[in-house]
Design a protein around this ligand. Structure first.
Ligand code: EPZ
Length: 421
């Protein structure tokens, strides 16, 4: 198995280009199931989760042709199976994004029920309740969601009890092909959800309220769509991660090809911590702080502070001058990195979903283990400032969502190598 070896202490400089957003590319790839014509996607990040979803579509009978590292064309006109099997879904929970489109298009499907994962239980009850509201009959059988809608899905009024990103995406895709109009209330407003709506709207689906918490989708009466070429939006979580790399090493770096508007909460928190930034149309430069101040963070839905940059900010808080408090409100177990950061000398005290991070302690290089995607990047960030050498193991988590992180950090001047055990 591969691991990363990082020598701490290097200052970073220069610029790094942000890749396309994994969490936008995934629903967009699932949405190709709604298209009667082949769809080309550009700016797709070259990461393992994308390959996994393409494999799932290929298993269903679709073709996924890679045009180059970051573009692919998907043709779902040849789909001849509606079963998303356990062997793929267990690798990636986002496979559940095929549920809405498969059911809307074929009137039946079986999608393996994703289990819990390292960061929490992660139920999908809200996806299922919403589909039932649209007329689906759903059973859980042998670990699979078995869904049927013999007369097609019907437009419905859906009120989500909680804001769910992939739940919203699933229902928006289902509603796009349904018979009648759906009103979806308390829908997620994440940029990834907005891009999905925009892509469907470009294909002729009438959607009102895009980017707000209530959208109205006029279904296409079971008729497939003609999705146009898509360019995936920049990855706001990757952007936040590299800004944290600049911040933790107190360096000046620039991230390019990003959408600053999508990372306002991240930028605001960095400013509270003493970093100044220069924001241009599609780039952000972060400058060193005179003093790195502690901060308070509460993770919440967009446009609030994203849970997906919580771990990275926890690493950053380790170099702040004082105690930071991080309240993780989205997932019940998203502090797995705490024990690993402690191996490097971090002093972090947990009380339920609240972590107090005692900044300013010397960090020392150590062997640490990645436990999930964002935890992995937090360990790398801490290793960048630890004294001596760190080795980050189980980096398959990292490969799921960060394109070429070794190449990108090396280009900024970090000392990082990928090695095999
Ligand atoms: C998406 O996961 C992202 N994944 C996650 O990114 C991200 O952390 C999360 O949204 C929150 O922003 C993708 O977009 C592929 P949710 P998702 O449904 O949709 C509860 C990363 O690192 N809930 O918005 O699965 C749930 O337990 C990742 O890239 C229910 O109770 O998250 C959680 O507490 C990991 N019932 C909250 O809602 C449901 O049916 C939000 O989860 C659905 C969710």
């Amino acid at each position: 198995m591969d691991y990363l070896e990082i020598e701490g202490g290097a200052r970073l400089s220069g610029s790094v280009s942000i890749s396309g957003a994994k969490n936008s590319a995934l629903p967009l790839i699932a949405a190709t199931l709604l298209s009667r014509t082949p769809v080309t996607l550009k700016n797709v990040p070259d990461v393992a989760d994308i390959a996994t979803l393409c494999k799932l579509l290929q298993n269903l009978g679709a073709s996924c042709k890679k045009l180059d590292k970051n573009s692919l064309t998907i043709n779902t006109s040849t789909v001849n199976s509606t079963k998303a099997t356990y062997d793929i879904v267990r690798k990636m929970r986002a496979s559940i994004l095929t549920l809405g489109p498969l059911l809307a298009r074929f009137g039946h499907c079986e999608v393996s029920l994703p289990g819990g994962c390292a960061i929490g239980q992660r139920p999908i009850d809200l996806h299922l309740l919403a589909l039932e509201k649209m007329g689906a009959q759903i059973q859980i059988k042998d670990g699979y969601v078995v869904a049927t809608a013999p007369n097609g899905l019907q437009g419905a009024r859906i009120v989500f009890d909680k804001i769910t990103v992939t739940g919203s995406e699933n229902i928006i895709m289902a509603a796009a092909l349904a018979h009648g109009t759906s009103e979806i209330i308390n829908v997620a407003k994440e940029p990834e959800v907005v891009q999905l709506c925009e892509v469907l709207a470009l294909a002729g689906v009438e959607i009102e309220g895009i980017g707000t918490d209530k959208i109205i989708v006029k279904g296409n009466k079971g008729e497939l769509l003609n999705l146009k070429e898509i360019s995936v939006i920049p990855d706001r979580i990757e952007a936040g991660t590299y800004l944290c790399a600049g911040a933790i090493t107190n360096s000046e770096i620039t991230i390019t090809n990003c959408t600053p508007e999508h990372i306002i909460a991240t930028l605001d928190k960095l400013e509270q911590m003493g970093f100044s930034t220069k924001i241009a149309q599609d780039s952000v430069t972060i400058f060193p702080a005179k003093e790195i101040k502690p901060c308070e963070i509460i993770t919440t839905e967009y446009p609030g502070f994203a849970t997906d940059v919580q771990a990275q900010f926890m690493a950053l808080c380790l170099v702040a001058n004082g105690v930071s408090v991080i309240d993780e409100r989205l997932f019940e177990n998203r502090f797995m990195h705490v024990g690993e950061l402690a191996r490097m000398g971090a002093d972090i005290r947990l009380n339920g979903h609240i972590a107090s991070v005692y900044g300013g302690k010397e960090l020392a290089g150590a062997d640490v283990m990645a436990t999930d995607l964002r935890a992995s990047s937090a360990l790398i960030l801490a290793a960048l400032v630890a004294n001596g050498t760190s080795r980050v193991h189980r980096i398959y988590h990292l490969d799921r969502g960060y394109e070429d992180i070794v190449g990108k950090l090396t280009s900024l001047g970090a000392s990082i190598k990928r090695l095999s055990e």
